[in-house]
Design a protein around this ligand. Sequence first.
Ligand code: GLN
Length: 495
Amino acid sequence: MTKLTDLTMTEALAGLEAKKFSAVELADAHIAAMESETARGMNAFITETPDVAREGAKASDARRAKGEAGAMDGIPLAIKDLFCTKGVRTTAASKILENFVPTYESTVTSKLFGAGAVMLGKVNLDQFAMGSGGVTSAFEPVISPWSGAEPAKAARKLVPGGSSSGSAASVAARIAMGATGTDTGGSIRQPASVAGIVGIKPTYGRCSRWGIVAFASSLDQAGPMTRSVGDAALMLRTMAGFDEKDSTSVDVAVPDYVAALGGSVKGMKVGLPREYRIDGINPETDALWQKGAQMLRDAGAEVVEVSLPHTKYALPVYYIIAPAEASSNLARYDGVRFGLRVDGENLNDMYAATRFAGFGKEVRRRIMIGTYVLSSGYYDAYYRKAQRVRRLIREDFEKAFEKCDAILTPAAPGTAFAIGEKQDDPLQMYLEDVFTVTLNLAGLPGICVPVGLASNGLPMGLQLIGRAFDESTLFTAAGALEKAAGFAAKPAFTA
Ligand code: GLN
């Protein structure tokens, strides 16, 4: 029999229903994986909660015995440490929240646990989700389970992408069946690509942001990270839905994404944006992209060229809007209301000492940029202008979707980089999101599917972009791509 930790959620649910194993056995297998030396060497978890998992699994078995099992009953998940979990500390991988224990549960995690899912623990990330490699965490970086074909590269430890780094690593390494992620500029899709798993950022407003530590409120979205498109469909269906506690969540029905999977792409129009063949695109990324387009063509889709002319402004616009919103969201960590306090001579000293000790370098950089672009005299020149260009980026997509039903692009510029590699050059790090940020600016959904290995033996994924609230079309196309690609590679280090 396949190892329990190798099963997809869909397979595990069938096994539980057929009484091949219990939820307690399933949880125990994943707890053993989480507590193994291999797993701990990856540093994917900030807080392990084996007792919570065992209790959850026991309750799950009892529900199933009574015929009351929910849609995800007994499935062990890793939760990004940005989701507030009642009674379990939630750090955002920062010093300032190192000892913060929420008294409430985020809407998304409460929906998952309400459907029976079991929490293994809280996973590591870039501090306040700011980063692309997990290296800004105050709890040390996450190490990718992938080592690649080049021994020299393996010796230099690789990142699993970011900011949902622990989510990606724990799912790829078979420690968790799935994980929650958040995506402000690419933090679900880029790590999914780099770690060889599936990740979807739904339409802005699809999942409630309530109880998720805020980074940039007009861009943040939660989404699932899994090892198959089917699991992503199942998990998103559970996570999504209107929430009156989040004024930006949207009251539209959540379709049955799992049903969309079996659909055919025959006649579907898939656009390839001309501008994404930017100067200097990695030839392997380009080749994989063209291969993916051919796979969809072979499955019956029609591939057309589209244009997204304002793409080149996306990163500059993002790095004005995201820090602006972050600087205002992070103002609440003042040493009074949450977390850490470092005393000072007077109130102002206390603020400064607390924030200096509590925030890492990247977070402080963003607060300074954000405060600058919002300050009087610069507001029009930067923030307002960025908002205008943001609208143009959204209009680009509206025009493109007159010609196609989904857009196919690379998900990340290349494969995993080594820890330390892009650390001293923020611009290199920011470029990791060149293919993903446009969607956050436009509020559109995007899914990353693993498609192949590069010549260095490391995974690469492709991204499919859809119309607002049309995740179903994405699941249909992603299902076809997954089937054609048949990605079966496993990382060297699995628990
Ligand atoms: N890498 C991007 C950033 O650093 C996106 C992060 C995210 O999506 N949370 O802002």
